[in-house]
Design a protein around this ligand. Structure first.
Ligand code: APR
Length: 320
């Protein structure tokens, strides 16, 4: 049986890490695309030379030609520019919108049956644009944000409770921005909800509130430390877990930027972060959870922020 083919569009910090992880996890052969001549080829060659040491047989290649994406099973898109200190994710909109147009066309022409995961920011609007430009059905195009945001939340909660990260589950809804909604009530340690853990004396409401705040600003904290770019290890791991769920038909329940239509979450055609089931068909189901009034208000606030960004995007596109 032929190996799966994984195409990575963008060979920067996240793209390189994605290639290494895809190799280590033996997800399939990897093609790395970038507009910079030599860079994807160099990274692919470097990782290919790690393969004998690590013991994986994936083929690694780099390219500047979209034709090499032909028949890819999964495409992960990180092409564009990343944040520098002082920039919000939204500042990237003009440049990255142009990039999504060319990437969408490359996908449409070469691998229209792929499952596409977008990472490029501002995520919730870029994934929508990529879906339109690629012409793929919405269930085959998702955005990676929630897995990363909830991984940050899990990491901080595990530290606070002094337990294994493996036993912490957490939930983050809404857009991938400062208005994201970490849902404390749906976050647990081995099934015990965080509010119960507070009652048990494991933490305090104030400390959990601090953690929620730190999660919301998790990306910015790393940008401020790195100074030359944004986070890349955890974003790459997060996208790989989504690709794995699709390729292995694991049907994992993961928070992703997914297309909500026909009144799901009260929405009528918008990409926003919600829990979904990812399996062989792509997004097989959007999981509509119950929210209390406070959670609903935070979610609506986040949805409004995404809608405003979409309006800004429409303005950029109309101006050419
Ligand atoms: N087509 C293909 N690749 C492109 C294009 C394009 N039109 N424009 C830029 N690129 C490439 C750049 O050459 C660079 O190698 O995209 C890559 C981006 O890599 P980095 O700058 O290292 O950024 P990275 O940290 O990988 O983040 C990429 O993900 O998290 C988001 O905000 C982040 O939007 C950013 C994206």
């Amino acid at each position: 049986m032929a190996r799966n083919k994984i195409a990575l569009v963008g060979a920067g910090n996240i793209g390189g890490t994605l290639a290494l992880l895809a190799g280590l996890k033996q997800l399939g052969d990897v093609v790395v695309f970038d507009i910079v001549d030599g860079m994807p080829q160099g990274k692919a060659l470097d990782i290919a030379q790690a393969a004998p040491v690590e013991g994986f047989d994936a083929k690694m290649s780099g390219t500047n030609d979209y034709a090499d994406l032909k028949d890819a099973d999964v495409v992960i898109v990180t092409a564009g520019i990343a944040r520098k200190p002082g920039m919000s994710r939204d500042d990237l909109i003009g440049i990255n919108a142009k990039v999504m147009k060319s990437v969408g066309e490359g996908i449409k022409n070469n691998c229209p049956n792929a499952f596409v995961i977008c990472i490029t920011n501002p995520l919730d609007v870029m994934v929508g644009l990529l879906q339109k430009e690629s012409g793929l059905p919405p269930e085959k195009v998702v955005g990676m944000a929630g897995v990363l945001d909830s991984a940050r939340f899990r990491c901080f909660l595990a530290e606070e409770f002094n337990v294994s990260v493996e036993d912490v589950t957490a939930f983050v809804l809404g857009g991938h921005g400062d208005t994201m909604v970490p849902l404390v009530r749906y976050s647990t340690v081995a099934g015990i909800p965080v509010p119960d853990l507070i009652k048990m004396g494991w933490s305090t409401e104030a400390k959990i509130e601090e953690i929620v705040k730190r999660t919301r600003g998790g990306g910015g904290e790393i940008v401020a430390l790195l100074k030359t770019g944004s986070a890349f290890y955890a974003p790459a791991s997060s996208a790989i877990s989504m690709a794995e769920s699709y390729l292995l038909d694991k049907k994992r329940v993961l928070p992703c930027a997914a297309y909500c239509d026909n009144g799901t979450y009260g929405l009528d055609g918008l990409y926003v972060g919600v829990p979904v089931v990812i399996g062989e068909k792509g997004v097989e189901r959007v999981v509509e959870i119950e929210m209390n009034a406070d959670e609903r208000a935070m979610f609506d606030n986040s949805v409004n922020a995404v809608k405003e960004l979409n309006e800004a995007l429409a303005g950029v596109l109309a101006a050419g």
